[in-house]
Design a protein around this ligand. Structure first.
Ligand code: FNR
Length: 362
């Protein structure tokens, strides 16, 4: 069958919104501040749009190659090279079973050869997800006060084939949790027994609130895998994470779901990159909606770019095919933007290809 080729993300968004139950949709779209309300403004869009592309032509470009390569910097797996066919990866998001019966299994299949990050708050087990597809996947972890349970999660995901652990550091209490818990309980747990009771709907109260740099080493020791620190925005935190053995940093504000008024991830990126230095790979997510955004992130110096909600829209619209369509769309747009940047590969993207949007005339 021919793959789905939506004209743009807005088509995916519209189809997803039609398919998803209102509570599930509200949960996906929610941000911090006004719990469960769709955001009235899009701070991320505005932040990305402050970086304008300055294209280059007449460069006699050879064939465009969207593949990227980066290395785990320190800790377990240091120096291991990672090559991916696209810089766009699927960021970890909870509860895929809310919009598709196959849940995370469908997402991993849809991601194909692109990197998929499995959420600690999944509706399918690590074993099911690991067995679902051959593509690369990492597992995101919320460290729990009960370290025994956290160790068990690490054992399960390592056993199932996860290539790295993403330790989420920006947990500060969840958006609309009490209402969401009832959604999850009715839809996923008590409803039909269709999903294993992974216990994560009870997990939020048990997440370690006093995360410290030593915990990065604990996760590395107990998993034997590279550990990426996710959810950092301050360059000092990024430096501390790397000093504690993080393989790399994922700059993120959690899709604006943890802290109302938080800065945009793209605005945190330059200082983090300049602080950790060129040998430490830095990933970014938050509001990435086009190939131009991917070029923006990579020209600033990010190694790869995550999508949270857009992958969920794909899943809600068409299951695995929808996830694949979203990744293909952004990758195709990225290839086009790459060509207009006079770059044949991501490695040739440099900061001079961006200029700040001019301020309005007084
Ligand atoms: C998230 N995010 C998230 N992050 C994480 O580390 N663990 C998780 O379980 C979740 N769950 C989750 C659920 C939903 C519905 C959303 C939208 C987001 C944050 C996610 O990894 C990522 O940082 C953002 O989604 C990126 O922003 P965009 O692409 O959604 O704008």
């Amino acid at each position: 069958s021919t793959p789905w080729q939506p004209a743009g993300l807005s088509e995916v968004f519209a189809e997803a919104q039609r398919n998803a139950e209102p509570d599930a949709w509200a949960y996906y779209q929610a941000m911090a501040g006004d719990p469960m309300a769709p955001a009235a403004t899009d701070t991320e869009r505005a932040a990305w749009d402050r970086y304008l592309l300055r294209p280059r032509y007449l460069r006699g470009l050879p064939d465009i190659d969207t593949a990227i390569t980066f290395r785990n910097s320190t800790g377990a797996g240091a120096g291991t090279e990672i090559t991916l066919p696209t810089p766009v990866f699927v960021a970890p998001t909870a509860a895929h079973g809310l919009v598709h019966p196959d849940g995370e299994v469908a997402t991993h299949r849809g991601a194909g050869d692109a990197l998929y990050i499995y959420s600690n708050s999944a509706t399918r087990t690590p074993a099911e997800v690991g067995a679902a597809a051959a593509g690369p996947w990492w597992a995101q972890q919320y460290l729990l006060t009960d370290r025994g349970r956290s160790r068990q999660f690490l054992d399960e995901v390592r056993e199932a084939g996860a290539g790295a652990i993403v330790l989420t550091c920006d947990f500060g209490g969840r958006i609309g949790w009490s209402r969401f818990r009832s959604v999850v309980q009715s839809r996923l747990v008590t409803d039909s027994g269709a999903y294993p009771d992974l216990g994560w709907h009870r997990m939020s109260r048990q997440v370690e609130q006093a995360l410290a740099p030593d915990d990065i080493a604990w996760v590395a020791d107990n998993s034997g895998l590279p550990v990426w620190a996710k959810g950092l925005l301050h360059p000092g935190d990024a430096r501390n994470a790397v000093a504690a053995g993080a393989a790399g940093v994922m700059v993120s504000n959690h899709g604006r779901r943890q802290l109302d008024g938080v800065m945009a991830a793209v605005d945190a990126l330059p200082a983090v990159l300049d602080t950790v230095g060129a040998d430490v790979p830095v990933l970014v997510d938050g509001g990435v909606r086009s190939g131009a955004d991917v070029v923006r992130a990579l020209a600033l110096g990010a190694a790869a770019v995550g999508i949270g909600r857009p992958a969920l829209w794909g899943l809600a619209a068409r299951g695995a095919d929808g996830v694949r369509a979203v990744l293909d769309l952004l990758t195709d747009e990225f290839a086009t933007a790459l060509a207009s940047s006079g770059a044949a590969t991501a490695a040739q993207l440099t900061r001079d290809l961006l200029v700040p949007a001019p301020s309005p005339l007084p």
